[in-house]
Design a protein around this ligand. Sequence first.
Ligand SMILES: Cc1cc2nc3c(=O)[nH]c(=O)nc-3n(C[C@H](O)[C@H](O)[C@H](O)COP(=O)(O)OP(=O)(O)OC[C@H]3O[C@@H](n4cnc5c(N)ncnc54)[C@H](O)[C@@H]3O)c2cc1C
Ligand code: FES
Length: 258
Amino acid sequence: MSDRTLAPLGRRLCPVVAHARHGAYHVVSVLDEGPAPDAGQFYMLATSERWGGGVDERPFLPRAFSVLRRHEDGTLDFLLEDVGPGTRRLCELRAGDGLWLLGPLGRGFRAPEDDRRPLLVGGGVGIAPLAIWQDVLSDGRVLLGFRDAAHAEGAALLSDARVATDDGSVGFHGLVTELLREEVDDSCTVYACGPPPMLEAVRALCEAEDVPAQLALESGMACGYGACFGCVVPTRDGYVRLCVDGPVLAASDLEAVA
Ligand SMILES: Cc1cc2nc3c(=O)[nH]c(=O)nc-3n(C[C@H](O)[C@H](O)[C@H](O)COP(=O)(O)OP(=O)(O)OC[C@H]3O[C@@H](n4cnc5c(N)ncnc54)[C@H](O)[C@@H]3O)c2cc1C
Ligand code: FES
């Protein structure tokens, strides 16, 4: 338990203090008086109004989000991509609105061992936990991959990132894992978050190069604190609940990222 931040029991209602656009992404900022999160931890979020009810009662359950950044006054930033009813409603939040927040939850990134050089690799909205991790680390190279120029605007949320885009509209034309192949060496620890095919490519490359890696995974989460078993993922030692044993897992614990 010592490496976990214990979240207060129950969710708390926090005021939204800002909403900003970064190309295809939204950043919603909320003033929180809870414990400071570790990089890689997440929160379950739900708006205080128009969440559930109505004709189909969606989105109904809270949704899981990595913390993008924590400011000194306790403001938390969340990076959102509108992919469905929950994220759409959260993207509508503006200063003065209320946000129910449960967290910080799960286990985040662990510091590199043996003075290894951190190499951060993000894909799409998966850049979120890498921003707060970069804030904590004093050094480290950052490689980010996006679909197109609108999504690549998210790269401005981190410092000095090398960017790849699928369509070549910004930076390197190709996959971020091609940049990783160029930059990885046996002095690194790799930290990655992104879509499953990207994480599987990172895992396989790091296994082949014998480089340690920590992967921030996603799975559908209904509760966020270990009660529903909706988030289980297979590891070499059997199934784990990603919300309490992750979302960051050592790549060496996984046969594959599915
Ligand atoms: C630990 C964790 C951290 C996350 N951090 C962020 C973040 O920082 N920013 C962000 O925008 N999103 C993040 N997500 C994903 C976010 O929780 C989902 O996008 C959200 O639940 C979708 O809800 P919805 O109602 O908008 O869409 P839904 O209708 O529920 O889903 C829309 C589409 O997204 C897929 N989907 C939904 N949830 C997930 C999931 N957890 N993993 C993979 N695919 C999913 C569905 O299959 C569907 O295709 C995170 C998820 C986890 C588990
Ligand atoms: S989300 Fe309920 S057990 Fe993990």
